[in-house]
Design a protein around this ligand. Structure first.
Ligand code: FEO
Length: 403
């Protein structure tokens, strides 16, 4: 049975949530589920903005039929072709053969790659600034390449002042009836997932995100309608500011995140000595992440959030402890940059982790080591204890100076 929501009298949310999927993109844990948002504008002409993942196809088609109220579907606007939004596009095109498909030059080849049916005859290509009138509603198109895929665009409804922002401004998390960000405690209950979503899905594409933020700054946005998670109609500037920080790789928090790869607890002991001293020196919100037990997507998110990062790794098979190497590869893949870092290594007979971790960090932009690496041989001794205290003092002073 349909379950739609009105955003305004003409604008209808047709999405749904998947609470069963364990891994988004088959890689990111989503214990709170995820929503797939699609929208319909009701006017003299009707326009569907994106479709949904196959997992909620049945509900989506019930929603669409209900929202159309017996009218034909005139336009299907494809802002993003990734299957979490476009898996049901082929069925929409079959069920509504009268609908014209709106996309840009990069959209059409992707539709043809994913779906077997003929679309050229019903495809209308748009480019930056092109407009489409639905009657009362005038739409304009904003290209947003690489926010997340090359064909991504956004649609701005100048009548509702609504920006349909594709993946941008989305978040993990199923929606429980409250579809507006001002109806939930976003900062307390959603922000961590919004950050984890941004950093892991779009984090690599900071410059394209900044480009689109510049375009968004020129628009009067009363409704911000992403493809995942709550819709914004209040306090939009607060969320835009988060995006400004994330996309410029600027820390949100002046504190230290300690990533710990420990086999028998001796490297962990070093991390605890370090964090204990940091706390004594007044650094707040310090966290240790056990790289073996914390999902790497959470660690990527924390690394984007925090100003100072410490990587403490056992030496393993002559290299970096495997989960730590995975973390460093993920940080590199997501283009994290401009952080103050420190390295701790452990090795009972041939410590090599620090040198190898440094090589990864050298391949990233603006990763500055605050002190020489600390080497532990099996267990922390008095000499390393003092070095850990000195490292904590350096980090604490640096944070105090930057705050
Ligand atoms: Fe939510 Fe890039 O797809």
């Amino acid at each position: 049975m349909y379950c739609t929501k009105k955003i305004t009298s003409d604008l209808i949310w047709l999405g749904g949530s998947d609470r069963r999927l364990a891994l988004f993109e088959n890689v990111y844990p989503i214990p709170r589920g995820v929503s797939y948002n699609a929208y319909l504008i009701q006017d003299e002409k009707t326009a569907l903005l994106d479709t949904v993942d196959q997992a909620i196809a049945e509900r989506f088609f019930e929603n669409l039929e209900h929202a159309l109220q017996g009218k034909p579907l005139n336009y299907v606007i494809v802002n993003h072709m990734e299957p979490d939004h476009a898996a049901t596009l082929g069925t929409v095109l079959s069920r509504y053969p009268e609908a014209t498909v709106i996309g840009n030059a990069k959209t059409l080849p992707m539709i043809k790659q994913f779906f077997p049916m003929e679309v050229e005859g019903r495809f209308q290509a748009v480019k930056e600034g092109d407009t489409l009138s639905l009657g009362r509603h005038e739409l304009t198109f904003v290209m947003a390449p690489l926010v997340h895929w090359p064909e991504v665009m956004m649609t701005y409804d100048t009548t509702e002042k609504a920006l349909f922002s594709a993946d941008a401004f989305g978040t993990f998390g199923a929606m429980d009836g409250n579809i507006f960000a001002d109806e939930v405690n976003f900062e307390q209950e959603w922000l961590d997932d919004a950050r984890r979503y941004y950093t892991n899905i779009v984090g690599k594409y900071g410059t394209p995100v900044q480009n689109v933020l510049k375009k968004a700054a020129g628009l009067d946005i009363q409704y911000l309608c992403p493809l995942h998670g709550p819709i914004w109609r209040e306090n939009i500037g607060w969320f835009l500011e988060k995006y400004k920080r994330w996309s410029t790789y600027t820390p949100e928090a002046w504190t230290a995140a300690i990533f710990c790869g420990s086999i028998y607890g001796h490297t962990e002991n070093a991390c605890e000595i370090l964090t204990s001293r940091l706390a004594e020196k007044g650094v707040r919100h310090v966290r240790i992440f056990d790289v073996s037990h914390t999902d790497v997507s959470e660690q990527v998110s924390a690394a984007f959030q925090c100003s100072h990062l410490v990587f403490a790794s056992a030496t393993y098979n002559g290299g970096i402890y495997t989960p730590m190497e995975t973390l460093l590869l993920e940080l590199k893949a997501h283009a994290l940059q401009n952080r103050t870092v420190a390295l701790i290594e452990n090795g009972s007979w041939g410590p090599a982790a620090a040198r190898l971790m440094a090589k990864h960090l050298e391949e990233m932009k603006g990763m500055e080591q605050i002190a020489p690496p600390i080497t532990i041989r099996s267990a922390v001794k008095e000499e390393q204890y003092r070095k850990l205290e000195d490292l904590a003092d350096l980090i604490a002073a640096d944070i105090a100076a930057e705050e």
